[in-house]
Design a protein around this ligand. Structure first.
Ligand code: NAD
Length: 362
């Protein structure tokens, strides 16, 4: 089977990690008889330099026509002084809105091989950490009406949600929970916000369809605290755009390794957008130091969610575990293995080689 993938390498370490992710996909293709065809497009700083705009029309059109989109990362100090509408990060909002990917799935998974990287005490972590945060991505306060008064002495941002916008996130929440530990927690601020009260009403109206799932609610301030106090209580969290933005970063930090965490952004139909959760890491760009595993694991999510290739997704995930089991580490996760690391510290390309090799063996 042939799959068309739009590639957005982006800026900083983006091109390096996307290159390794494509090699991993190609290894999967070779093993299972699929062809992945890539069309590379510009976004972010690279697009600003070449076209003057962070998200050229052609990029969005190519992405919308693809079977899936793989994004490295965008941004960097070179473009930091540009006005807001011309900054590289503007491409992210444009892509999410333009592709209508309204649900962002971020697994915060701590692999046992990297337990030492977790900043929490072992007794807090217990058996490990495996949380799926589902963040609403195209609505709420990030997309609501905003402005300034004429005298520039007040400003506003508006949080607005419709029943349907909430229902499609809650549905993904219930369905994801069904495939996991069957617990869904809706995180909100229903003691204050009317939109949060609507989130609860929607969830209540849907729960009879999912009798096996235990539905609960938590205020966002408490959730932020519980994530570091007792993260094991969470299975699936569904929440609004802004709360999800903040909590998913917190959850990922708990796992201790930003270079390991993948994400998927999905809509009703059309391609999904897959990307590591980290940024363009300008401090290590071009030095063969970037960890490509978050991007490679994003490809596993692509295989699972966009192409329905579960065995192939599993193969990538096991390959990553196997390479970590063997003690191989990029710099960001070095020092997290029990054995001696000296000769097992590798760069981006070598880590890619190891994954390709493991994909052929697991
Ligand atoms: P960052 O995630 O790029 O880097 C934070 C730290 O983590 C740095 O020390 C970096 O070296 C390290 N790091 C990140 N990814 C790594 C990897 N794969 N391997 C090894 N180390 C890794 O965050 P930042 O420094 O706040 O942002 C840098 C730029 O990226 C900014 O321009 C920011 O706007 C942009 N950004 C883009 C995205 C995106 O494209 N989705 C997301 C976040 C930040």
């Amino acid at each position: 089977m042939k799959y068309n993938i739009a590639l957005i390498p982006g800026d900083g370490i983006g091109p390096d990690i996307v290159r390794e992710a494509c090699r991993a996909l190609d290894a999967v293709g070779l093993r299972f008889g699929h062809a992945f065809v890539y069309t590379e497009v510009l976004a972010g700083g690279a697009a600003i330099d070449s076209t003057g705009h962070p998200l050229p029309e052609e990029t969005l059109e190519t992405c919308k026509k693809a079977d899936a989109v793989l994004l490295g990362a965008v941004g960097g100090p070179k473009w930091d002084t540009l006005p807001g509408s011309l900054r590289p990060e503007k491409a992210l909002l444009g892509l999410r809105g333009g592709m209508q990917v309204y649900a962002n799935l971020r697994p915060a998974l701590m692999l046992k091989q990297l337990a030492d990287a977790c900043p929490l005490k072992p007794e807090v972590i217990g058996d490990g950490l495996d949380i799926l945060i589902i963040r609403e991505l195209t609505g709420g306060i990030y997309f609501g009406d905003r402005g300034r008064s004429d005298d520039n002495r007040s400003a506003w941002d508006t949080e607005a949600y419709s029943w349907d916008e909430i229902a499609r996130i809650i549905k993904i929440g219930f369905e994801s929970a069904l495939k996991r530990k069957k617990r869904l927690c809706v995180v909100d601020k229903a003691n204050i916000l009317e939109t949060s009260r609507l989130w609860r009403e929607v969830a209540e109206s849907m729960k009879h369809n999912y009798p096996e799932v235990v539905l609960s609610y938590m205020y966002v301030d408490n959730a932020a605290m519980q994530l570091v106090r007792n993260p094991g209580q969470f299975d699936v969290i569904a929440t609004s755009n802004m709360f999800g933005d903040i909590l998913s970063d917190e959850a990922s930090q708990i796992t201790g390794s930003i270079g390991m965490l993948a994400s998927a952004s999905l809509g009703d139909s059309g391609p999904g957008l897959y990307e590591p959760i980290h940024g363009s890491a300008p401090d290590i760009a071009g030095q063969d130091k970037a960890n490509p595993l978050a991007t490679i694991l994003s490809c596993a999510m692509m295989l699972r969610y966009s192409f329905n290739l579960e065995k192939e997704a599993w193969t990538i995930e096991r390959a990553v575990e196997r390479v970590l089991d063997d003690g191989w580490r990029t710099g960001d996760i070095a020092g997290t293995s029990v054995g001696s690391l000296g000769d097992k510290l590798v760069g981006t390309t070598k880590m890619g080689d190891l994954i390709v090799d493991a994909i052929g063996k697991v």
